[in-house]
Design a binder for this molecule. Sequence first.
Ligand SMILES: NC(=O)c1ccc[n+]([C@@H]2O[C@H](COP(=O)([O-])OP(=O)(O)OC[C@H]3O[C@@H](n4cnc5c(N)ncnc54)[C@H](O)[C@@H]3O)[C@@H](O)[C@H]2O)c1
Length: 477
Amino acid sequence: MSNSLPGSSRSITMSRRNFVRTAGAAAVVVSSPFTRSAFARTAASNRITIGVIGWGMMGPSNTKEFLGYDDCQVVAACDIHKAHLQAAVDTINSHYGNKDCKAYHDYHEILERDDIDAVMIAIPDHWHAVAATAAAAKKKDIYGEKPLAKTVAEQQAIVKAVEANNVIWQTGSWQRSIPQFHKAAEIVRNGLIGPVTHVEVGLPGAPYDFPHTVPALQERLATEQIHIKDPSELVMGTPAWNLAVAQPQADLDYDTWIGPSQMEDYIEARVYQNWRWNYNTGGGQLMDWIGHHGDIAHWGLGFDRTGPSEVWGFGDFPEKDAAWNVARKYTVACTYKKEVTGYANDVHMTIAGGSAAISMGCKWIGPEGWVWVDRSGFDCSNPEWLKPGPLPENLRKIKLYESKEHRRNFLDCVKSREQTITPVQTAHHSTMPGHLGLISMLTGKAIHWDPKTETIANDAEASALLTRPFRAPYKLA
Ligand SMILES: NC(=O)c1ccc[n+]([C@@H]2O[C@H](COP(=O)([O-])OP(=O)(O)OC[C@H]3O[C@@H](n4cnc5c(N)ncnc54)[C@H](O)[C@@H]3O)[C@@H](O)[C@H]2O)c1
């Protein structure tokens, strides 16, 4: 049986799944989406139970926030690297002072547990769609990481699964839960700089060695007098490559780690965290960041359900068979046509990675001013808006969704069954300029995209890149 919560255009049809939600919903309807007082010191039987999947860079960070809320309990952890899994379980159990959190190698076992309400998925991008569609099919609410998925088709599958199963989705595009981004987007959305004509989205360019695995590789190669700046100079089939290939770490299930992507030699410097720098598993800095500053750009414009019609991308690439083969510098030019968006005029967006001319962050430019925002700061053309705190009330005719903390917002929405601040459709649309820009770069052609039908016009080669073959036996749920 299902019904809808009254009084909210954002409400989602309530699922059968658990009494926590049904009982909690009535209390939440009257409170703002981010209050927690109504649920403080929740009885154990009424806590939202969570399974965390992936304990690398982002998994622990998300989990730490969940551990801080006493109306939820993390009861299961999964990782295919034994040491990571042990660290997860130890961290969680030591926080609660018990041994209730169970360890899993296979996330399906978490999804099979009827006593688990929600999952947090923080595994590499090439795994997102397979895991998220499986979780949605099992009616788990999902906190999933950005970018939504590795390909457009995989994103569409996640959107479909989340909507068909009426599960709550929050994307890890947490900048929307930070006040300076909220304020910047509200200035733009309230028309204070006039109809935006241009948006600059500044992202990092070259790969960054997150886990510092490159020095060990360089040392290994140096013993044979081979010197590389980084793995973008390490090319398949060369003597350097043969030296770099190693046995996977004994406690890592590397076959599962590769999952739906194509099997490839194990080179430590392109696995943990550095999987971002090879197109088999990631999408470079462009796809790593589009769900952050690209997401904020869309928020200010009110483009959460639309997209660009024309996209041109240019990138500087290493060799295709390099261990790090993603673009090191790139520019993507998008045109959002007014006939499609309903905006006052066409909007041009320039996404630049590693550009000296475009600052990191998001800058909207209109006929009456500009606003720039990044994690490091906020600036704008009008000194009045620079005063600390939110915009003056008289300027806030349009009030954007407020979330004080991203994981908190997810928990509140699990109870209220309302949309989170970054629901699945938002995540899907936020990443499209990145996906299409990458397809344009790889094909060397402009992409003519129809945001309504989500198809590329008259280009079979580009259209083929909206999806990718999965390695057997992996498939979407
Ligand atoms: N929102 C943010 O600010 C932010 C920041 C960093 C990363 N991320 C995102 O988080 C996700 C994870 O990135 P990361 O940097 O933490 O990666 P990571 O390589 O540090 O960690 C991934 C973990 O997942 C495990 N794993 C891989 N496949 C698995 C599977 N099938 N089942 C269970 N465990 C599996 C790995 O063993 C590893 O421990 C990515 O989508 C990334 O884009 C988001």
